[in-house]
Design a protein around this ligand. Structure first.
Ligand SMILES: Nc1ncnc2c1ncn2[C@@H]1O[C@H](COP(=O)(O)OP(=O)(O)OP(=O)(O)O)[C@@H](O)[C@H]1O
Ligand SMILES: [Mg+2]
Length: 289
């Protein structure tokens, strides 16, 4: 259980998602019981709430997307979930444990990994050193084994173990950021725009080959993306965040198939919805009025 203690001895892996005990949510028929759950969360900067009334969840094996235009509050929401910003009202639970306003390092110990939108790796450290930082709770033999395991899923990184992170390409850097967080085998992985600054082809590769595969291995993935259609394509469930509030929630396949939602919330007509078209990126569309 992730709920018994956040002070696991060094080397103990976080609990796997199937040991978590969230309750199924009304209106979420067919979804796994949530491992990460937000209820009526408000968060922002100073006294001003940027997001409010946000109730979302993610269960083991799911990719759950939060999509929305620039400035909608996506990063603000993730920062609050992962202890970088205060939750003003509402609750965040991990399994059956209340983790509202718990700090990031405690969450990492419990099995909640976060890849932020920026500052996602240590620029001056090598690939291997970044991975060692990510596995800071592990014993030396475990660290060595885990680095090999993580690098086996990122063969491109394995070729450049001693390269300094600042010298990696955008795609390699993002892979390292994800790999670093995977060092502790998180039950929940929170990703803030893993495809930002990546080419369309690389974006699709990261989402399909890395993000989807992680969920298929049992991880609950909460994904924030501006590349709405690419994100929906690998997601099980999706929420559309507009001006700090969840406007739409539902199966990703249904959201992407609804022309009215596409036009109003995703700023895209059905005809536009071809991969690689400029309108494919939500950020290139006007905000809904
Ligand atoms: N440190 C800060 N202090 C005050 N306001 C902030 C701060 N960071 C973000 N904001 C404001 O909060 C709002 C939401 O920003 P946020 O970064 O959460 O949006 P986002 O949906 O992640 O956008 P993007 O898609 O561009 O990453 C914006 O109006 C932004 O200007
Ligand atoms: Mg953001």
């Amino acid at each position: 259980m992730p709920t018994s203690s956040d002070s696991r001895p060094a080397g103990d892996p976080p609990p796997r998602p199937d040991s978590l005990t969230g309750q199924p949510l009304p209106g979420d028929a067919g979804r796994p019981p949530p491992v990460l759950r937000l209820q009526e969360v408000a968060a922002g900067y100073g006294a001003a709430a940027i997001v409010s009334g946000v109730s979302i969840s993610a269960g083991p094996g799911e990719v759950v997307s939060v999509i929305g235009p620039n400035g909608a509050g996506k990063s603000t929401l993730l920062k609050a979930v992962t202890g970088r910003l205060p939750v003003m009202t509402g609750t965040v639970t991990f399994g059956s444990r209340d983790i509202t306003n718990m700090r990031g390092h405690r969450l990492a110990r419990m099995g909640l990994g976060f890849v932020p939108q920026t500052k996602d790796v240590f620029d001056t450290l090598t690939v291997t050193e970044n991975l060692e930082m990510g596995g800071y709770l592990l014993t030396k033999p475990q660290l060595t084994a885990r680095i090999e395991a993580v690098l086996s899923t990122f063969p491109a990184l394995a070729e450049m173990r001693s390269r300094t992170a600042s010298k990696l390409s955008g795609g390699e850097r993002k892979m390292l950021a994800i790999a670093r967080v995977l060092m502790l085998e998180p039950a929940v992985l929170v990703l803030d725009e893993p495809t930002s600054n990546l080419s369309p082809d690389l974006s699709r590769a990261v989402l399909r080959d890395q993000v989807r595969r992680l969920a298929d291995s049992g991880t609950a993935v909460l994904l924030v993306e501006q590349k709405a259609f690419e994100a929906l394509g690998v997601s099980d469930w999706a929420y559309i965040l507009v001006a700090g509030r969840i406007e739409i929630a539902g199966p990703a396949s249904e959201i992407v198939a609804r022309p009215d939602i596409r036009q109003v919330f995703l700023g895209q007509s059905v005809q536009d919805a071809t991969p690689g078209s400029p309108a494919h990126d939500l950020n290139s569309s006007p905000r809904p009025s």
